[in-house]
Design a protein around this ligand. Structure first.
Ligand SMILES: C[S@@+](CC[C@H](N)C(=O)[O-])C[C@H]1O[C@@H](n2cnc3c(N)ncnc32)[C@H](O)[C@@H]1O
Ligand SMILES: [Zn+2]
Length: 429
C-alpha cells in the first residue's frame, strides 16, 4: 500500500480551493450536493462515466499524447508512478493505468463531489480499491498535494496538471515533486495572455511580457515552456519539451517536459522575440543582444518593432520522442479510424515542425497575401518554391493556414509574386 493513502486525507470541508488566499475560492456546500447524473463515454475502447465532472471529449488527443509518452517512459525506465493532480472524472488516470501500464496512479481532484465517479471508473479498469495497490483517490488542492509529496520525498515519474487558467502557480511545486528525469505534463488555457492582451498578467504568471503577435498561439506554448524553464532553473534543473500541443478548443496549450538535473548550459533558447510590423519579419534575440534589437527594413525601431519575452525560443518538440510515439501508436493500432488518422497527421506535422532550422513563429497565408497584394497559390506550391530556394519549411500544427519557414516574410512575398508572374506568363502562352 502506498504511504500516501495513509497521510493524505481529504480536506475536512469539501472545498475547491486555491492554496493562495488571494485567489477566488469556490465552495461546494456539503448539504446541497449537486445531483450526479450518469453520462457514459467511450475513449480508446474504455467505457467510463463523467457524471457532472468537467470533461471534454475534444481533449482525447491530449490524453492520447500523454499516454503514449507515459508508456514510452515506462518502457525505458521500467517503472511508472503517476500523479494526476486534476483528474476530473479520472479518465487520464484510467488510461495511464490501462494503456501505459502505470504501476501506481494518484487520482486527485479538489472537488470531493467527483469521488464516486472516479472510484467507479478506476475500479472498472484496474484491480484495487481505495486503499488498493495500483491507485488511490484524493481530494486536495493540487498545490498542497504536490507540496506534501515533496516533503515526504515521494517523487513521481509523471505529474499531469490539467489546470484551468495559466497553470503557472503549479509549476514550482510540480517540479519539486517530479523525479529527476521524470515528466511534467502541464496546461494553460490563458489565451488572452498569449494573444498579448494582458502583458501584466503574462509577466506575473510566466515572467514574460507578451505583446500581440501574428502567431500568438505558438507564443502561448513558448510562454508556458519559458515559465517552466525559469522555475526549473531556480531549483537547479532544466526542462526539455518532448512535445508541445495547441488545441483550439478552449484554447488549450499543453506541454510535456522532461525534467533534468543541472541548469541548462546556455540560455540560447530562452530569449526575446521581435516582430516588425513594417515588413513582417520575426527574429529571436538573446539577452546579450538586447541593445541591438532592430530590423533591416527600418531604422525607426520604436515605430515598427514589437518585442515579447523572455520566452522559450528553442524547438517545440523532440523529433526522436515524437517518432517513438508514432511507432507506438501504430503498434497499438491507433491509426485505423478517422480519429486515428488525425492523430497520425498531427504527429507527422509535429515531427516536421521539430526541424531545428525552423525559427520561432509562422507566416500566416492571409498576411503573405495582403503584403503581396494578390491571391495566393496553394500553400503546397509556395512550400515547394521555398524548398527549392534552400529554405527550411513545414506546416504548423497550430495554424492550418500558415507555414513555418526560415525564409523572411519579405523574401516570401517576393517568391509569391514571382510565382504569380510565372503563372500569368504560362497562361498567356
Ligand atoms: C480541466 S478539468 C480536468 C479534466 C481531466 N483531467 C480530463 O482529462 O478529463 C480540471 C479539474 O481540476 C479540478 N480542480 C480545479 N482546481 C483545482 C485545484 N486547485 N486542485 C485540484 N483540482 C482542482 C476541477 O474540479 C476539475 O475537475
Ligand atoms: Zn522590418
Amino acid at each position: 500500500m502506498s504511504s500516501l493513502s495513509l497521510i493524505l486525507k481529504p480536506l475536512s470541508i469539501p472545498t475547491f480551493i486555491s492554496d493562495n488566499p488571494n485567489i477566488k475560492t469556490f465552495i461546494f456546500q456539503r448539504n446541497i450536493p449537486p445531483p450526479c447524473k450518469s453520462h457514459c463515454h467511450t475513449e480508446r475502447g474504455h467505457q467510463f462515466d463523467v457524471g457532472d465532472t468537467f470533461f471534454r471529449s475534444e481533449s482525447a488527443t491530449a490524453r492520447d499524447l500523454g499516454v503514449l509518452s507515459a508508456a514510452l517512459y515506462r518502457n525505458t525506465t521500467g517503472s511508472l508512478r503517476v500523479l494526476d493532480a486534476m483528474c476530473g472524472c479520472g479518465i487520464r488516470s484510467l488510461r495511464y493505468l490501462a494503456e501505459a501500464e502505470a504501476d501506481f496512479v494518484v487520482a486527485n481532484d479538489a472537488n470531493e463531489n467527483t469521488r464516486d465517479i472516479i472510484l467507479g471508473n478506476l475500479s472498472r479498469v484496474a484491480s484495487g480499491s481505495e486503499e488498493g495497490k495500483r491507485w488511490e483517490v484524493n481530494h486536495l488542492p493540487a498545490t498542497r498535494l504536490l507540496a506534501e509529496c515533496y516533503l515526504r520525498k515521494d517523487y513521481f515519474d509523471l505529474i499531469d496538471v490539467d489546470s484551468f487558467g495559466s497553470g503557472s502557480s503549479y509549476l514550482r511545486v510540480a517540479l519539486d515533486a517530479v523525479k529527476l528525469g521524470g515528466l511534467l505534463y502541464i496546461t494553460s488555457t490563458d489565451g488572452l495572455s498569449s494573444g498579448g492582451h494582458r502583458p501584466q498578467q503574462s509577466l506575473a504568471a510566466y515572467g514574460a511580457y507578451v505583446r500581440p503577435l501574428p502567431y500568438s498561439n505558438e507564443i502561448g506554448l513558448r510562454m508556458l515552456i519559458g515559465g517552466a524553464v525559469r522555475e526549473a532553473s531556480v531549483l537547479g534543473y532544466h526542462v526539455v519539451p518532448l512535445f508541445s500541443y495547441y488545441s483550439y478548443h478552449g484554447p488549450v496549450f499543453r506541454v510535456l517536459l522532461q525534467v533534468k538535473r543541472g541548469k541548462s548550459l546556455s540560455s540560447r533558447y530562452y530569449g526575446f522575440i521581435s516582430y516588425c510590423n513594417r515588413c513582417g519579419n520575426t527574429r529571436a534575440f538573446s539577452w546579450n543582444e538586447l541593445g541591438e534589437i532592430s530590423c533591416p527594413c527600418s531604422t525607426n525601431v520604436k515605430r515598427s518593432i514589437v518585442v515579447s519575452g523572455p520566452l522559450w525560443t528553442g524547438p517545440l518538440h523532440s523529433a526522436p520522442h515524437l517518432t517513438e510515439m508514432m511507432s507506438l501508436a501504430d503498434q497499438w493500432g491507433w491509426f485505423g479510424d478517422e480519429e486515428g488518422k488525425n492523430l497520425e497527421k498531427l504527429l507527422k506535422q509535429m515531427i516536421d515542425e521539430s526541424d531545428p532550422k525552423l525559427p520561432v513563429g509562422y507566416l500566416n497565408a492571409d498576411e503573405i497575401a495582403s503584403r503581396a497584394k494578390l491571391n495566393l497559390p496553394p500553400l503546397s506550391v509556395i512550400m515547394n518554391s521555398l524548398h527549392e530556394g534552400g529554405y527550411a519549411v513545414s506546416r504548423s500544427h497550430i495554424a492550418p493556414n500558415a507555414i513555418k519557414t526560415d525564409c523572411p516574410m519579405v523574401v516570401c512575398v517576393k517568391i509569391v509574386k514571382h510565382l504569380q508572374q510565372a503563372a500569368e506568363m504560362s497562361s498567356c502562352h
